[in-house]
Write a protein that binds this ligand. Structure first.
Ligand SMILES: [Zn+2]
Length: 199
């Protein structure tokens, strides 16, 4: 295809936010804590990523440290992608915040609804070769971005070595198997450093 793909972490407060770019066509994966737009702006600037070049926001799941700035990013020109398994979680966000968090409620009528089957074509329009996969376990609405070069952005999907015998662990284990089958080689988690795909 075209421009080389680059990945930059602009996260803070121990939560990663990944700018995945094909040249200047950029997707932001995980959308910061509520009330921290200034910090995100500063980090983008420091890493040389113009805010105006972010074409879409994608939350691996709708917990406040991963989707807290979704609405504010929409307001500055980065529409929110909502996968089919995430629609119900978007309006639930406001239940988990306190007024002091300065959370801006996410409108539900103006997002970019996407099915997993459509995700490859959607990413291709951004210049990115890959797909978005349902990877429940940590939460029902958890998704992962998987690029064809093997880079997987897995949010809070529980690491395999921390899984137990409970039903939620079985769901997470199946998500890891799916990522592995589809070619994941490197994990870009929601918290902590980039690591090799577990096996
Ligand atoms: Zn979470």
């Amino acid at each position: 295809m075209s421009a080389p793909v680059t990945v930059v972490n602009v996260g803070y407060r121990s939560t990663n936010s990944w700018v995945v770019s094909a040249g200047r066509s950029r997707l932001l994966v995980d959308l910061g804590w509520p009330g921290t737009m200034g910090t995100l702006r500063a980090n983008l600037e420091r890493r040389g990523v113009p805010l105006g070049e972010i074409r879409y926001g994608l939350a691996t799941h709708f917990h406040i440290d991963h989707a807290g700035l979704a609405q504010e990013l929409k307001q500055v020109g980065a529409p929110l992608v909502v996968l089919e398994s995430q629609a119900a979680a978007v309006p639930e966000m406001k239940r988990h915040v306190k007024p002091a968090d300065r959370f801006v409620e996410i409108a539900t009528h103006d997002n970019v609804a996407l099915t997993f089957a459509e995700s490859r074509a959607f990413l291709a329009r951004l210049g990115l070769a890959g797909e978005i996969l349902p990877t429940p376990g940590h939460s029902d609405d958890s998704v992962s971005l998987l690029l064809d070069d093997g880079a997987a952005f897995t949010g809070d999907l529980t690491p395999p070595q921390m899984l137990g015998d409970d039903p939620a662990s079985a769901v997470a284990a199946a998500s890891w198997r799916l990522l592995s089958e589809r070619g994941a080689r490197t994990v870009h988690p929601g918290h902590g450093p980039v690591r090799p795909m577990p096996h």
